[in-house]
Ligand binder design. Structure first.
Ligand code: ATP
Ligand code: MG
Length: 275
């Protein structure tokens, strides 16, 4: 990591990921991932397709147990917590999943308020919350439609409305602008920025869209080859001389960087890193 490197021991962090190692079968997806997110911060995670961004998000919300490391969110040791404790944590957390994950048989308003069922609200109250959140993401008059009747961009916004329905303290967004036109992408980025700046919501946004990253990130972390290659402010990222980061932000095709030889590597497990 370059400048702005954080101490993983900083107790004021709202989210701490420390020395995280994740594998699927023999493939190590994360090899020593360490970073933290401070209260009220907007962290953006960028990285190539397949670099392990969505998997990292799943680890942060307890949907996946990595091989080794620590994930602490809102004071909870996510990797070693019971289901009820994780459930409690999820009341403070909103998640926009990469592929929306709407329930096809439920109307839009029911999808948006799905997570509020334990609050014993009347249908009228749930519909009011749904309309309010849908309006925030620029949608009106879609409450009674089914997901199958929506465009891809509308589904994405319904999923975002659902993620913010319970006014979360922490918002995780996985590719919130993918599949949206530039104007709608900007609107969604603006909304995440407002949630962060006006409402004080701590946000972690995964994106391929470097314009979104620059717009909403207090810091931008790049995931590459199983580690956080760099974590810096947008200005720091713009100015970086790291060839891999430059290649990514300039949108040039991946592959061996000039002057480098692509190596045949077997990715070692914890404690067995190549020297
Ligand atoms: N449940 C799983 N079982 C096996 N391999 C998996 C599983 N989930 C993810 N992977 C693999 O882990 C790697 C990282 O996947 P992940 O979805 O985290 O990437 P990503 O960075 O989010 O990619 P994208 O930008 O395309 O969304 C990929 O090689 C993927 O095939
Ligand atoms: Mg992904």
């Amino acid at each position: 990591m370059t400048t702005e490197q954080q101490s993983p021991e900083n107790e004021s962090a709202l989210i701490t990921v420390r020395d995280l190692w994740t594998r699927f079968d023999e493939f190590w997806i994360h090899r020593e991932i360490t970073f933290e997110v401070r209260p009220g911060e907007s962290l953006v995670i960028i990285g190539g397709s397949g670099s392990g961004k969505s998997t990292l998000l799943r680890a942060m919300i307890g949907l996946l147990r990595p091989e080794r490391g620590d994930v602490v969110v809102g004071g909870l040791d996510v990797m070693r917590s019971s289901e009820p404790a994780l459930y409690e944590l999820m009341r403070r957390v909103g998640v926009l999943f990469q592929f929306g994950a709407l329930f096809d048989s439920l109307a839009v308003w029911e999808n948006v308020t799905f997570g509020l069922q334990d609050r014993k609200l009347s249908d009228a109250e749930r519909r009011r919350v749904a309309s309010e959140k849908l309006k925030m993401v620029g949608l009106r008059g879609v409450e009674d439609l089914l997901p199958g009747q929506l465009s891809g961009g509308m589904k994405k916004r319904v999923a975002l409305a659902r993620a913010i329905a319970h006014d979360p303290e922490i918002l995780f967004c996985d590719e919130p602008t993918s599949g949206l036109d530039p104007v709608m992408s900007d609107l969604i980025s603006e909304l995440i920025l407002q949630m962060n700046e006006r409402l004080g919501v701590t946000t972690v946004t995964i994106t391929h869209d470097i314009a979104t990253a620059y717009k909403i990130g207090d810091r931008i972390a790049m995931l590459y080859d199983g580690t956080i290659l760099v974590c810096d402010t947008p200005d720091g990222i713009r100015a970086t001389q790291d060839p891999i980061v430059r290649q990514f932000i300039e949108g040039r095709a991946h592959g061996p960087i000039r002057g480098e030889v692509a190596e045949e590597t077997s990715t070692p497990g914890p404690g067995g890193r190549a020297g």
